[in-house]
Design a protein around this ligand. Structure first.
Ligand code: 13P
Length: 256
C-alpha cells in the first residue's frame, strides 16, 4: 500500500466566497506540517481560481469535478482539460455516479473524457461503483469490471501513473450508509486484481484505489486501514474544515 490520498469532492457547493473561507481553514490546519499523505480538493469550476490563490505554495492538489472530451471549440457551457490545466488544476474527477445518473454519461463517454484528460496532462480520478440493485443481484463486480474495461481499453499502461480509481458504491453516496470495511476491501482487491491482469505490476505500483461513500471521521480509520484502500474521496465531510482535516489526521496516523 502506498501513501494515502484524501480528496474532497465538493460537488455543487461553495461559490468563491464560501470556498475561500473553507480553504483558509484547511490551510491554517495544514500550515507548517509535513504531510506524508496527499491531499486534494475538487471545488466547482467557479471556485478553482480561489483555490489556486488560497492554496498557493501548499502541497494540496486542486482538481475539477468534470471535463469535456474535446479540445477547445464551440461547446457552449463546457470546459476543456487544457483550460483546467491553465487554471491550476492537476486532477479531474471523471465518471462520478452523479454524472452517470443525472447527465447520462455512458461508459464510452467516460472513457473518451479520461483519454483526453490524460493525453492533455491531467491526472484522472476515475469513479466506478454499483447501484444497490446491482449489488443485491450479485452483479457488483461485473458492473465495476465493465466500467473499468471501457476506460482501460482507451489507455495503455504508460498512463497508469495518471490514473487513480475511486470505488464509490452508489448506495453509499450521501446516504450515511457506508460499505463495511470488508465490502470495500473485497471490491478494492477485485479492482487491483483486474488491473493486474491487464497491466504490469511495475506500472501499477503507484496506482491508488480510493473509497468513496459516506466516509467521515467516525468510520475513516476502519476503511483506510484496509490493505487495498489507498485513500478516500469524500463528499459531505469535505465541506467542513473540521471533519475534512480530521480525516487527513487519521490518514497521517496510518501513513506508512
Ligand atoms: P459522500 O461522502 O457525501 O457520501 O459523497 C461521496 C462522493 O460521492 C464523493 O465523490
Amino acid at each position: 500500500m502506498s501513501n494515502l490520498l484524501i480528496a474532497g469532492n465538493w460537488k455543487m457547493n461553495k461559490g468563491p466566497e464560501e470556498a475561500q473561507k473553507l480553504l483558509k481553514e484547511i490551510r491554517a490546519n495544514l500550515d507548517g506540517r509535513k504531510l506524508t499523505s496527499q491531499v486534494a480538493v475538487f471545488p466547482p469550476y467557479v471556485s478553482i481560481h480561489t483555490a489556486k490563490e488560497v492554496l498557493d505554495e501548499t502541497p494540496v492538489f486542486i482538481g475539477a469535478q468534470n471535463v469535456h472530451e474535446s479540445s477547445p471549440g464551440a461547446f457552449t457551457g463546457e470546459v476543456s482539460s487544457s483550460m483546467l490545466l491553465e487554471a491550476g488544476c492537476s486532477h479531474v474527477i471523471i465518471g462520478h455516479s452523479e454524472r452517470r445518473e443525472h447527465f447520462g454519461e455512458s461508459n464510452e463517454l467516460v472513457a473518451r473524457k479520461a483519454r483526453r484528460a490524460i493525453n492533455d496532462g491531467l491526472k484522472v480520478i476515475l469513479c466506478v461503483g454499483e447501484t444497490l440493485q446491482e449489488r443485491k443481484k450479485n452483479r457488483h463486480q461485473k458492473v465495476v469490471m465493465e466500467q473499468l474495461r471501457s476506460v482501460l481499453q482507451q489507455l495503455t499502461e504508460e498512463n497508469a501513473n495518471s490514473l487513480t480509481i475511486a470505488y464509490e458504491p452508489v448506495w453509499a453516496i450521501g446516504t450515511g450508509e457506508t460499505a463495511t470495511p470488508q465490502q470495500a476491501q473485497e471490491m478494492h482487491a477485485f479492482i487491483r486484481n483486474y488491473l493486474t491482469e491487464l497491466w504490469s505490476t511495475q506500472a501499477l505500483s503507484g496506482l491508488k484505489i480510493l473509497y468513496g461513500g459516506s466516509m467521515k471521521p467516525e468510520n475513516a480509520m476502519e476503511l483506510l486501514k484496509q490493505e487495498d484502500v489507498d485513500g478516500g474521496l469524500i463528499g459531505g465531510a469535505s465541506l467542513k474544515a473540521e471533519s475534512f482535516c480530521e480525516i487527513i489526521n487519521i490518514a497521517e496516523n496510518l501513513s506508512r
